[in-house]
Design a protein around this ligand. Sequence first.
Ligand code: HEC
Length: 163
Amino acid sequence: MNILKLLLGLLAGAFVTLAEEVDYEFLRKGYEVYKNNCSLCHMEKASLFDFLKARLKVLSGHRPENIDAPPMNLVSARVKEFFPNEPEFIEFVKDYITNPSKEKGVCKPAAYSFFGVMPPIGQGMSEEEKEAVAYWMYYRYSENWQDLFKRVKELQKKVTSKK
Ligand code: HEC
């Protein structure tokens, strides 16, 4: 427990340092772009329980009923796993939403088989809108993919071992 508190403290510290460098005006613009172009499919934030519900469906070979696309907090964490630095992350997102394909995507295979490849929605957006939404995706979330995955598995254990 103490270790956990220490880690949380460190994370909070890291966030404060980070927050000082974030362009909040641009972040707000990115959120507007998200609401207008992405929120129809990507919910902003799945709770660990939403994540588990979707996961249990996928593990049993069914399409999750609670969502239409991977939630944005999971997408952000997943993409950061492959592109941890801001410039590459933004480049990847801008390119992906303009020319999406299963080959270049970094989502888990289940995402493509249950939801299909996303539409090239970026083709109707300006450079600035794409940049802003990618920036927002990077700074809006601070979750770590490995950690999320570990936590969802722990929750799964608890839920499924209950009689
Ligand atoms: C019509 C539904 C829909 C809309 C609208 C949509 N997406 Fe997606 N998105 C998906 C689905 C489904 C996936 C999972 C399959 C895939 O990766 O193509 C996905 C995956 C992604 C991924 C992960 C790519 C990867 O590595 O596989 C990113 C990044 C992403 N979306 C960003 C966005 C952004 C930013 C917007 C808004 C500008 C947006 N999406 C709008 C459905 C949508």
